[in-house]
Write a protein that binds this ligand. Structure first.
Ligand SMILES: Nc1ncnc2c1ncn2[C@@H]1O[C@H](COP(=O)(O)O)[C@@H](OP(=O)(O)O)[C@H]1O
Ligand SMILES: [Mg+2]
Length: 272
């Protein structure tokens, strides 16, 4: 992909973000429940339409897989070398609650890993972009604003970030074990704002022991890994992978570089 094409992605996300905001400020969300009992609104659908139409115009050769459109069967997508993975509105529950904690997630998946990723926060009109190995950049609709620096370590406590709307028994169980060895703080946030909090140095670890899908974590995993962190499944502590036969994520933890490097992973191994 050429440099000019990256700029169009920033534009596409900003345009989808503005459309989401128009719905956010209206009094008509047209909310319904999907088969997995999670909500969807006309903002999810409008954002999906813009992203699909515009991405396919700029990158006609790259397949797009989107939370709100039909997921192609594994027999088709297993042969894709790369594809765009889209969550056109991540944090729909937070959108409905009007607390601003919603994002657009976009990743370019190559094989079983995200190679490029974009997370856009419509309300602040800020986004974060990464191409693996090249650092993390903040962007707006015109493109890259600045490269961001890896945050320092928080010396006095372990800040655990989890969902605002879903707090699962297994998460509480693990947090109770961590509490015995570490001084902790718990932060609740919706959507990929959790992964952004890690790369901005506002949280050290994101714990999810509940259902979510590949599009909820793909760009966030890339960003966390880019700053030396790790994203591992809770069942075997192996790295979380993408384009699986079923696109659900296993229960997982994402942690920053400092936790990855220390005895924390050994601690998890012992207690899981
Ligand atoms: N029962 C369920 N099945 C599948 N995904 C679920 C789910 N409950 C929550 N999620 C996922 O969790 C995401 C929100 O997580 P969080 O609360 O941590 O931000 C939702 O993203 P969407 O808002 O894109 O649907 C949704 O995909
Ligand atoms: Mg969504």
């Amino acid at each position: 992909m050429e440099e000019k094409n990256f700029t169009s992605v920033f534009n596409i996300l900003a345009s989808a973000g503005d459309t989401i905001l128009k719905v956010y400020r209206s009094d008509n969300y047209k909310t319904s429940l999907k088969t997995d009992r999670t909500p969807v609104t006309r903002a999810d659908k409008a954002s999906s339409k813009i992203i699909n139409e515009q991405l396919s115009k700029v990158f006609p050769e790259i397949p797009i897989l989107d939370e709100e459109t039909t997921i192609p069967d594994y027999s088709v997508r297993k042969d894709w070398k790369e594809f765009f993975l889209v969550d056109p509105l991540d944090g729909t529950k937070e959108f409905i609650k009007q607390n601003g904690e919603f994002c657009i997630n976009l990743a370019l998946i190559e094989g079983d890993s995200p190679r490029m990723g974009w997370i856009y926060h419509p309300l602040s009109k800020r986004g974060w972009y990464c191409k693996r190995g090249e650092g993390i950049f903040e962007f707006d609709k015109k493109g890259i604003v600045r490269k961001i620096e890896k945050p320092g370590r928080c010396p006095e406590k372990l800040r655990i970030i989890t969902s605002r709307s879903f707090f699962k028994p297994q998460e509480k169980e693990l947090i109770d074990k961590i509490k015995k060895e570490y001084k902790i703080e718990i932060i609740h946030r919706g959507s990929s704002i959790k992964q952004i909090a890690i790369i901005l140095g506002e949280a050290d670890m994101y714990l999810k022991a509940g259902p979510c899908s590949e599009w909820d974590t793909a760009p966030g995993q890339l960003l966390v890994e880019e700053f030396g962190g790790s994203v591992v499944r809770l069942d075997n502590l192996e790295r979380m992978k993408y384009n699986k036969p079923v696109m659900k994520n296993p229960y997982f933890v994402m942690q920053n570089e400092y936790l990855t490097e220390t005895r924390f992973l050994d601690f998890l191994k012992k207690h899981l």
